[in-house]
Design a protein around this ligand. Structure first.
Ligand SMILES: *Cc1c(COP(=O)(O)O)cnc(C)c1O
Length: 379
């Protein structure tokens, strides 16, 4: 089955009672047993729920995994995945990962005794050298957030496999429509379904996709034990969103290309970070592992010409807001908002500046978006 067909079809038609075309919501905490030891597949909604199961089947199919656990937020998915490690274990990750993930690693798990190396993962040699006998997991985000650096999935995953290190890829930015890390050997794929998978900014959720039975058993156990599974209502919304993922991603990308090209030519913009521009320095890698460029871009505003405050005061169509992946365009300065929890030192090390502006390009008409940016960029 092709990707678009899977998105619409997989996991969806399961109502044998009334043949409803759309998956019903099962808003029940518990399920009646026919007799002791004889249930109908579900006993308690934290552990399993038919609406959530439909979503899990769908996302697993889109990523090409064996199965999936849908969680109540993206951070819940990251947390559950990190419980595959224990204090004393070493985890290698990027130095410009999602701010909330960095906060969890640096300020919650490190004090618990987890060890992390935060590296520029574009340098595969650096990753190789950072491996120790305690290294249990490599956590990859590509493209990175907010600077859209591309990490070589095949190279890093193959070096991890040689040492039996788990690889987990946060695939939130591109979604499985544009990138499928399991095709490159990743053990786990993690999502904030809050973003493109749901796509309408009306729910928070996450997902962990696994590739073998051992990981499936452990992750399912953890999600239930930690109590971080997705509510049936939210799972239903995400499932509704996922069905249009392919057309939304195409439209996000078409708009992002136009916006990026406009920004790149503007004299008050110092630099644009977008994988769909020829100026992105990692063309070969982009071709090799991505099926598209996505809808996220960042740029450096020349604040000697236009101040941040003035620029943002002109934003109306663009919402000054964190998050990404919804139908409406969002814009924000990572230094002050989405990535502020990293702290100044880590921000500087990763290359984020006070002038960096991140854009989640929505599905409005690109002409309107460009018109607004043009106004805002006037000195
Ligand atoms: C938003 C996001 C998360 C966290 O997801 P929540 O749903 O906000 O908890 C993790 N990783 C990336 C790349 C994200 O963009």
């Amino acid at each position: 089955m092709q990707f678009e067909t899977k998105a619409v079809f997989t996991g969806v038609n399961k109502d044998k009672t009334y043949n409803s075309v759309i998956t019903p919501i099962y808003p029940t905490s518990t399920f009646r047993f026919d007799a002791i030891g004889k249930g109908r597949g579900y006993d308690y909604t934290r552990s399993g729920n038919p609406t959530r199961a439909a979503l899990e089947e769908n996302i697993a199919a889109l990523e090409g995994g064996l199965g999936c656990s849908a969680t109540c937020t993206g951070m819940a998915a990251v947390t559950a995945a990190l419980f595959l490690c224990k204090p004393g274990d070493h985890i290698i990750t990027g130095d410009d990962i999602y701010g909330g993930t960095y906060r969890l690693f640096r300020y919650v798990l490190e004090p618990q005794g987890y060890k992390f190396s935060y590296l520029n993962m574009r340098d595969v040699d650096k990753v190789k050298k950072a491996v120790t006998p305690q290294t249990k997991m490599i956590w990859i985000e590509t493209p990175s957030n907010p600077l859209l650096n591309i990490i070589d999935l095949a190279a890093i995953i193959s070096l991890a496999k040689k040492k039996e290190i788990l690889t987990a890829v946060d695939n939130t930015f591109l979604s499985p429509y544009f990138q499928r890390p399991i095709e490159f050997g990743a053990d786990l794929v993690v999502h904030s379904t809050t973003k493109y998978l749901n796509g309408h900014s009306d729910v928070v959720g996450g997902a962990i996709v696994y590739t073998n039975k051992k990981l499936e058993d452990r992750v399912r156990y953890l999600v239930n034990a930690l109590g971080v599974s997705e509510s049936p209502y939210d799972a239903w919304l995400v499932l509704r969103g996922v069905k249009t993922l392919p057309c939304r991603m195409e439209a996000h990308q078409a708009n992002a290309i136009k916006v990026a090209q406009f920004l790149e030519k503007h004299p008050n913009v110092k630099k644009v970070y977008y994988p769909g521009l020829k100026s992105h320095p990692q063309q070969a890698l982009i071709k090799k592992q991505m099926k598209g460029f996505g809808g996220m871009l960042s740029f450096e505003l020349d604040t000697k010409k236009v101040s941040l405050q003035k620029f943002f005061s002109k934003m109306h169509l663009f919402n000054l807001a964190e998050s990404l992946g919804g139908v409406e365009s969002l814009i924000e300065p990572p230094w002050f908002m989405s990535h502020a929890s990293m702290g100044e030192e880590a921000l500087k090390a990763s290359g984020i500046t006070k002038e960096t502006i991140r854009v989640s390009v929505g599905l409005e008409n690109a002409k309107d978006l460009i018109k607004e940016l043009e106004q805002a960029l006037k000195p």
